[in-house]
Design a protein around this ligand. Structure first.
Ligand code: 6GU
Length: 222
């Protein structure tokens, strides 16, 4: 899978050199491109934003600049993801869908967002386009959201995780499913004991306890 990130802050994507994603890049399971939007600026001031038509606060990112940047990376197999708090809420089901894609382009907007004609244009040209949000709160830009999505998606790609079984039974692997709490040695820590049943070796009882502990955890989160 290829992941391209377009942003005025390419340094935001340095963490994608670390850990499992870094290793997946070394193994060429995923390929990552980071592109400075300002390289596509069209005037001497390297301007990427302008005042909104209709008035109001903030600045809007210019369509010409975004069009040039996206044209450089888009192909017939690309999916364009525009990060905005006004987008469709990201979840594990969307991560699974996106993990089947060959190429994701993350357009990281700042300020009041990207001129909406960018979305309209690529949609009209027949590309897959979605506006995505990672939650009901506002960030200063789409960069952190793009990293969140990239991490959730890449770990679903075969070969990225060390142990592929860990994605079968984890929280959100099914809608509403929350995993049971985990414990390791020592059996008692600061006066708190590990639930007795987990030390029993009785796999049927352990499975029962885990199911119920996961369900009560899910209820607490409501
Ligand atoms: Cl994708 N962008 C911004 N700026 N804020 C957000 C978001 C995205 N998702 C949640 N809040």
């Amino acid at each position: 899978m290829k992941l391209d990130f377009i942003s005025i802050f390419p340094e935001f994507f340095e963490p994608l050199k670390l850990s499992l994603i870094g290793k997946a890049r070394d193994k060429s399971i995923i390929e990552i491109g980071v592109h400075d939007l300002r390289d596509q600026a069209i005037n001497v001031h390297r301007q990427v934003d302008d005042t909104p038509y209709g008035g109001g606060a903030g600045m809007v990112m210019m369509p010409e600049v975004w069009g040039k940047a996206i044209d450089k990376v888009i192909t017939q197999e690309s999916e364009l993801i525009i990060l905005t708090p006004a987008g469709q809420l990201f979840n594990q089901r969307m991560a699974e869908e996106l993990s089947n894609s060959a190429h994701l382009i993350f357009a990281c907007g700042r300020y009041e967002g990207i001129d909406d004609r960018v979305r309209q244009y690529y949609l009209n040209e027949g590309f897959k386009v979605r506006e995505v949000s990672i939650g009901d709160y506002v960030l200063n830009g789409g960069e952190v959201a793009a990293i969140v999505i990239a991490e959730a998606v890449s770990r679903l790609i075969p070969g990225v995780l060390g142990n592929p079984e860990s994605i079968v039974d984890e929280s959100h692997s099914e809608d509403g499913y929350i995993e049971y709490p985990a414990f390791t040695k020592p059996a008692e820590w600061r006066g708190i004991k590990v639930p007795e049943v987990l030390l029993s070796g009785n796999h049927a009882e352990i499975a029962k306890w885990r199911k119920s502990a996961g369900e009560s955890r899910a209820n607490h989160n409501q």
